[in-house]
Design a protein around this ligand. Structure first.
Ligand SMILES: *Cc1c(COP(=O)(O)O)cnc(C)c1O
Length: 243
């Protein structure tokens, strides 16, 4: 069973790497300029351990409770490995402390209140000998301004970035976006790329662009994404209820 799963993950990873390489070739980009972030929400820690064995090092989760337990379980399974964990989901302010305990980057910052809660958690941790001086964060941008999927609309990116920069416990690292459902990904990611360029013009340290998932990573790579967040194509279908 476990050997079969390992083989399945190895094959999926190989085809995914081919897709990314082909997309980079078509866009005239170096494949090393695109990082693969494995989205492991709903998959067990054993799968993450296998993905570590297969050479992946960066993982993303979107639920606070599930993520915290999985980070610990993976550390127990592979004590020598040093995975990086990114958070890409919604966080209630009272859960910011739990995320700050293990996150190496939070990609879903979409309010000053959340930035403040993460900032306070990082600085409180640091007083007691904590892990990280400044938590890297991405501002989540909403292409269509629909608040249900998270992200801030175009006219709020700059003020939120300014706020993040004012937080001593945070480091503004860039922009993250999800293409709206049903949208033409080329149109969506052209818009995202323009938002990322405006942010970088104002804040040169905001170099990261995290865009593209299983269904639309080619378009995201065409429009300059440096991080693709891939779940389904790598680990298989999630149960419907947990998408
Ligand atoms: C689930 C998720 C992904 C991965 O989506 P897939 O379509 O499974 O590749 C990427 N980004 C975010 C924010 C997610 O929640």
């Amino acid at each position: 069973m476990s050997a079969e799963r390992r083989e399945e993950l190895a094959q999926r990873l190989a085809s995914l790497r081919e897709r990314i390489a082909a997309a980079c070739a078509a866009a005239g980009r170096d494949p090393a300029s695109v990082e693969l972030l494995a989205v492991t929400k709903t998959v067990p820690a054993e799968d993450v351990a296998m993905l570590l064995d297969l050479g992946l090092t960066a993982f993303a989760e979107n639920r606070v409770q599930e993520a915290g337990a999985k980070v610990d379980a993976v550390a127990a399974l592979r004590p020598e490995a040093r995975p990086r964990w990114h958070f890409v989901g919604g966080v209630q302010r009272n859960k910011a402390k739990a995320v700050a305990r293990w996150a190496d980057r939070v990609e879903s910052v979409d309010s000053a209140r959340l930035a403040d809660a993460l900032d306070a958690a990082v600085r409180r941790d640091l007083e007691t000998g904590g892990r990280i001086e400044r938590l890297p964060v991405l501002v989540q941008y909403s292409v269509d301004g629909d608040p249900r999927r998270g992200g801030v609309p175009r006219n709020e990116v700059s003020s939120l970035a300014e706020h993040v920069v004012s937080c001593a416990g945070l480091q503004l690292a860039g922009l993250m976006a999800v293409a709206p459902l049903g949208a033409d990904p080329d149109v969506a990611f052209a818009d995202v790329a323009a938002a990322a360029a405006r942010l970088r013009a104002e804040f040169p340290q905001a170099t990261v662009l995290s865009a593209g998932m299983s269904g639309d990573l080619e378009a995201a790579i065409r429009h300059g994404s440096g991080v693709v967040r891939v779940g389904t194509a790598l680990v298989g279908d999630r149960p419907l209820a947990s998408r």
